[in-house]
Design a protein around this ligand. Structure first.
Ligand SMILES: *Cc1c(COP(=O)(O)O)cnc(C)c1O
Length: 373
């Protein structure tokens, strides 16, 4: 067997220590940190590749396709997709999921216009650019939700073109959620007959169905495609996500590819079999009730954080049901130390699972002493 030098081993040890420490101070990004996948470690000594369409057999037999299908049906049922017309696959994350959503929309409506809210994630306009789709930026309201009146005006000016709307189910910065019912009503009132609603549910997709007050966002509400990042709320050592849509909208390139013995219906060719395995394992651990409980616990930490910030007189607010707590930007040293994303004078704390009240207390006391000096 091969082995590494002692200096390389030292480097590895340092990395492990650094990462451990940095993870403790990781409160500004939407990633859960409370997980343990050691039960499936043995499979990390094997190559696993879910190349091609998850619903078809492939010549490549070292795969976790069965698990991938279970993950997709778990999300499909959370998203109330029609059981007889649903399809999806595990992506590398929601950037790819959003790309697939826009691809579907473009195949349906080649002359459609993409309406992107100014609070949307940067991957949306990047993907529209990759696909050469014309886009119109729409305004968002002060807390990040789509400005439906502004959308109405933009749609009215382009009534003759199909409308492709990207709705946010949890914006990156403030976790604002758009309302699919409202969007559909606006499209209808303007008189546009052809439309596609893609939900970017990267952030909140894994728990959106449990948020109160409920916002319309899923297939039963009228979404055409939904992308979600599985690693964010569930917690995994590696990014991955899902794209779910109606089976009739799946985009395939040509006939079966003989080299892989499968349909080429995904963006990437080779796809990780390990992320599918991890997502499957995590969903087996949690189940629907586990996710619901997890969301409630995180929500309590978010409410606590907001309360403690108010107690020291620090400006803070939070969208209804959100795990994202907005706060006036702390001094730069704290922003750096606690890895807080900052925009326009505001920063945020994401109360994802793994963040404890003790961790929040530690941050708040540093904030209180930094602001009193
Ligand atoms: C994280 C995120 C994305 C991108 O997802 P990746 O998994 O990083 O590719 C897209 N949209 C929103 C709203 C996000 O929060």
């Amino acid at each position: 067997m091969y082995s590494i030098s002692s200096s390389a081993r030292e480097q590895l040890r340092e990395l492990a220590n650094d990462i451990k420490e940095r993870t403790q101070l990781f409160i500004g990004y939407p990633v859960a940190t409370d997980f343990d996948y050691s039960e499936i470690y043995p499979l990390f000594n094997y190559f696993l590749n879910n190349i091609g369409d998850p619903n078809r057999d492939s010549l490549c037999r070292v795969n976790t396709r069965e698990m991938e299908k279970e993950v997709i049906s778990f999300y499909a049922s959370m998203f109330r997709a029609p059981q007889d017309d649903v399809w999806g696959y595990i992506t590398s994350g929601s950037t790819e999921g959003n790309l697939y959503g826009l691809l579907i929309a473009r195949e349906r409506y080649p002359d459609g216009i993409v309406y992107v809210s100014e609070s949307s994630h940067y991957s949306v306009s990047k993907n529209a650019h990759l696909l050469r789709m014309p886009t119109i930026a729409t305004k968002s309201q002060i807390h990040g939700e789509l400005d439906y009146e502004d959308l109405r005006m933009s749609l009215a000016k382009n009534k003759s073109k199909p409308a492709i709307i990207v709705a946010n189910i949890g914006t990156t910065m403030t976790e604002a959620r758009d309302d699919i019912d409202m969007i559909r009503r606006v499209i209808e009132e303007v008189g546009i007959k052809q439309s596609h609603i893609h939900c970017d549910a990267a952030l909140a997709g894994s728990y959106a169905t449990f948020i109160k007050p409920r916002r319309s966002f899923d297939f039963a509400d009228g979404a055409d495609s939904i992308a979600a990042s599985a690693y964010k709320f569930l917690g995994m050592p590696e990014p991955c996500g899902v794209i779910i849509t109606r089976a009739s909208l799946r985009v395939t390139h040509g006939d079966e590819v003989s080299y892989i013995g499968n349909l080429d219906s995904t963006i990437s060719g080779s796809r990780s079999g390990h992320t599918a395995l991890m997502a499957w394992y995590r969903l087996k651990q949690l189940g629907v009730e586990g996710i619901r409980r997890r969301y409630k616990q995180s929500l309590a930490v978010a409410a606590y954080t907001q309360h403690e910030l108010e107690a020291i007189g620090w400006s803070t607010w939070r969208n209804p049901g959100a795990l994202t707590v907005m706060l006036a930007s702390p001094p730069l040293a704290l922003v750096t130390k606690w890895q807080l994303a900052t925009d326009n004078g505001w920063s945020h704390i994401l109360c994802m699972p793994g963040i404890t009240k003790e961790r929040i207390d530690m941050f708040i006391s540093e904030l209180a002493s930094a602001s009193s000096t």
